[in-house]
Structure formats: structure tokens, C-alpha cells
Write a protein that binds this ligand. Structure first.
Ligand code: PMP
Length: 287
């Protein structure tokens, strides 16, 4: 039996979950999305994800097809219909069906899709050992081109950097902004630790305002750790003591090598391990 997918106004069987080839989400990557975790049937940080989705839509002048409350109910209905314990929800809102031509206002009505499925995690071994990354040559989108805070359906910028990573046999690439400062990984936010202080690039350096990032900052402060948001350079990454990434799918994962330089002793450091554990407890222990 296939999944139940929310399509437009209600649930349909997976085999019937189809959208038009004239949908501008397909033709132009015109739309927004969210990825959300479900832990033991509880949707993690749903309000924050819905807020970010509505803000992304507002930034690109996309009218949402339903209200926030209706969307919360639709998400919960989809999770229940699929009997989901642990999993991952993909919320997609496209500009909808239009004609060949960019004009978004010629599209009839935006289209909502909600998929509740399994999440693709990195193998457990990678969390133990830590991952290797490279610096991408692909520069993160200029904020005046496509603001990185918009979680849009147009991920080509990130995909080009991801290809660089895969060509180098590593799972992730670090992206820098047009000024050369660290922005983010292709699907995760970045943190480093130097002399027991945690540093994160500010969102304005060109990253998505990660919901995992915000939770990890709160948890770190709660643990009494110093955490400073400031612009970071490639050099800062090369000489840091610890390095980790955060994201909905990845949660908290240590980085142990960048561009052939070993980070710390080559294993995920103590602050990385502590925050991974605290995040795990917080996410799974929450109602
Ligand atoms: N940056 C990018 C480009 C992302 O796509 C994501 C989400 N996968 C993140 C950062 C992390 O954000 P969040 O913690 O909200 O998943």
C-alpha cells in the first residue's frame, strides 16, 4: 500500500498524487517548501516551519492556498493518515498551473502538496566518525539575486555545490558568499568551536535561517556555552577546534576534515558530541 499524500485540498493515494506539467513549480522552480521531522508522532517545531514557509511565500509574492491553522491541521491529518511514528514531512507550495511564460500572476491558484515519508539520514557511522567536506567554488546566491532566507524550490545553487562535493567523494560542501565569508553547507547550517567558544556565521552571510540552528543555539546557551554569531572565513574553518553542521535531516553532525585539513584530533569534538546528545534528547523527549 502506498502513501497518502495531501494534494491541494485533501488526501489522495500516492498513485493519484500528480500535478500538471504546466505547474510553474516544475517549469520555473517557482514555489517554496519546508522539510520537517516527526519524532514519535510529534511534529517537531511545526510553528517555526509554518512561519518560515509563510515568510518565504510572502517574500516571493506567492499567495498561500490555505491559512496557517488549516495548514497545521492538514499536516496533522497527513501524519495520522500515514500512521507515522518517526519520519519526515515535505511541505511544498508551488505557484500553480499557468501557461508557458514567466508571469506568476497568470497562474490560477497556488498548489499545496504534503508528503509524509521516511527520512534519508547519513549513515550512523558518519555521526560517530564525523564527515569530510570541501569548500565549494560555487558562490552562494547573492542576497539581492535570490535571498538565501527564502526556502524556494530553486535549489540549483546548492545542487551545483553538492555536485562539487560528490565529485570529491565527500557528502557535503561548504558555500561562501560573494564577499568570501562562510555562508552554509548545501543543506545545513555551520558552526565551529575555537578555544571553547562556539561561532556561527550570521544569517545575513547568506544562509537559510535554520530551525535546527535556532534550537542548537538555545540548547548551547542553556548549557552555559558561549556562542557568537560573526562572519567567518575559510581560514577560521581550517584552524578551528571543532566543526559541526545542523539541519532537519542531519540534526547535529561533526565535520572532521575540510579541504584536506584535519579538524581537531580528527574525531567529532566534545562540544559537538554534547550538543548532538542534547538535541537528540530535546527532539525526542518533547511532546
Ligand atoms: N540551509 C539550507 C540550504 C537548507 O536547505 C537547510 C534545510 N535542509 C538548512 C540550512 C537547515 O535548516 P533547518 O534546520 O531548518 O532544516
Amino acid at each position: 500500500m502506498g502513501l497518502k499524500i495531501w494534494l491541494d485540498t485533501g488526501l489522495v493515494d500516492e498513485k493519484d498524487a500528480r500535478i500538471s506539467v504546466f505547474d510553474h513549480g516544475l517549469l520555473y522552480g517557482d514555489g517554496v517548501f519546508e522539510g520537517i521531522r516527526v519524532y514519535d508522532g510529534n511534529v517537531f517545531e511545526l510553528d517555526a516551519h509554518i512561519k518560515r514557509l509563510f515568510e518565504s511565500a510572502r517574500a516571493i509574492r506567492l499567495s498561500m492556498p490555505i491559512t496557517r491553522n488549516e495548514l497545521v491541521a492538514a499536516v496533522e491529518t497527513t501524519v495520522k493518515a500515514n500512521g507515522m511514528g518517526d519520519g519526515y514531512i515535505r511541505l511544498v507550495v508551488t505557484r500553480g498551473v499557468g501557461c508557458l511564460g514567466l508571469n506568476p500572476f497568470a497562474c490560477e491558484k497556488s498548489m499545496l502538496v504534503i508528503i509524509a515519508d521516511k527520512v534519508q539520514l547519513y549513515p550512523e557511522e558518519l555521526y560517530e566518525k564525523g564527515m569530510k567536506v570541501i569548500s565549494a567554488t560555487t558562490v552562494r546566491n547573492h542576497p539581492l539575486a535570490l535571498p538565501p532566507q527564502v526556502k524556494s524550490l530553486n535549489y540549483l545553487n546548492n545542487i551545483l555545490a553538492k555536485i562539487e562535493a560528490l565529485d570529491n567523494d565527500v557528502p557535503e560542501a561548504i558555500m561562501y558568499n560573494h564577499e568570501g565569508y562562510v555562508a552554509e553547507a548545501t543543506g545545513d547550517n555551520i558552526f565551529i568551536v575555537k578555544n571553547s567558544v562556539i561561532y556561527a556565521p550570521p544569517v545575513e552571510a547568506g544562509s537559510l535561517e535554520g530551525i535546527t540552528r535556532a534550537v542548537v543555539i538555545r540548547l548551547a546557551r542553556h548549557e552555559g556555552l558561549d556562542i557568537i554569531e560573526k562572519n567567518l572565513t575559510r581560514y577560521d574553518l581550517y584552524v578551528c577546534d571543532e566543526f559541526f553542521l545542523t539541519g532537519t535531516a542531519a540534526e547535529v553532525i561533526g565535520v572532521v576534515e575540510i579541504d584536506g585539513r584535519t579538524i581537531g584530533d580528527g574525531t567529532p569534538g566534545p562540544i559537538t558530541r554534547l550538543l548532538r546528545e542534547k538535541f537528540f534528547e530535546y527532539a525526542r523527549g518533547k511532546e
